[in-house]
Write a protein that binds this ligand. Structure first.
Ligand code: G3P
Length: 227
């Protein structure tokens, strides 16, 4: 399973990229607004930190203007994926861009039928928003299950399921169980994935017992070399 970071906060992305576990980044107009940065500047900096796909979303609603915006965004870096909304114009844009070899992330997917359309339009990624479905009393993970099952029936579909609107580690684990290709996670969720109280407790006990032995693995000169 690939991990994308769902954020436009470059400091957070830089910090998490150092883990070696980050395969891409997704942004949206809300995340860009939250960053307080000009979109082109934020995307350029993110692309200099992460070599995998970095989604930059168009803000127009008609195909002609979406294509013009996509041209500007694609020129920022070769790893920019153009994000379009799941609307008729968005999917027309997706079709044109994918035929030109541009990676397209189709966003705001809330139904399996929409995901079929996106795959037929040549999307590189489909972004079902599971948290927002949970928020209205549906079960977002059922949508992931449906899309994975449907895409599996059609091996010529090359669209990857990019699980979005992730609220916690449980969403990541459930999506992985279903075989979703990617989870795009807010920075705090990636950090939460590391955490378990028994890991902290176990490590504290190991270190306390080690301290009692008076041993060190590194000799004093080796400690200096490591610094
Ligand atoms: O990038 C889109 C998506 O992940 C949005 O998440 O938390 O605003 O529903 P959220």
């Amino acid at each position: 399973m690939k991990f994308f970071i769902d954020s436009a906060d470059v400091a957070e992305i830089r910090d998490l990229a150092e883990t070696g576990l980050v395969d891409g980044v997704t942004t949206n107009p809300t995340l860009i607004a939250k960053s307080g940065r000009r979109m082109q500047d934020a995307i350029a900096e993110i692309c200099s930190v992460v070599s995998g796909p970095v989604s930059a979303e168009v803000t127009a609603t008609d195909t002609a203007t979406m294509l013009a915006e996509a041209k500007v965004l694609s020129a920022i870096a070769p790893n920019v994926a153009i994000k379009v909304p799941l609307t008729p114009d968005g999917l027309k844009t997706c079709r044109v861009l994918s035929e030109r070899g541009v990676m397209v992330n189709v966003t705001l997917c809330f139904a399996a039928g929409q995901a079929i359309l996106a795959a037929k339009a040549g999307a590189a990624f489909i972004s079902p928003f599971i948290g927002r479905l949970d928020d209205i009393g549906s079960t977002g993970m059922d949508l992931i299950s449906d899309i994975v099952e449907i895409y599996d029936q059609y091996p010529h579909f090359s669209t990857e399921v990019l699980v979005a609107s992730v609220r916690g580690p449980h969403h990541v684990v459930d999506a992985a169980r279903l075989g979703a290709h990617i989870a795009t996670v807010p920075p705090n969720v990636l950090r939460q994935l590391y955490a378990h109280p028994l890991t902290d407790k176990g490590l504290a006990a190991f270190l306390a017992d080690w301290e009692k032995t008076g041993q060190t693995i590194l000799a004093p000169n080796e400690t200096e070399a490591a610094e």
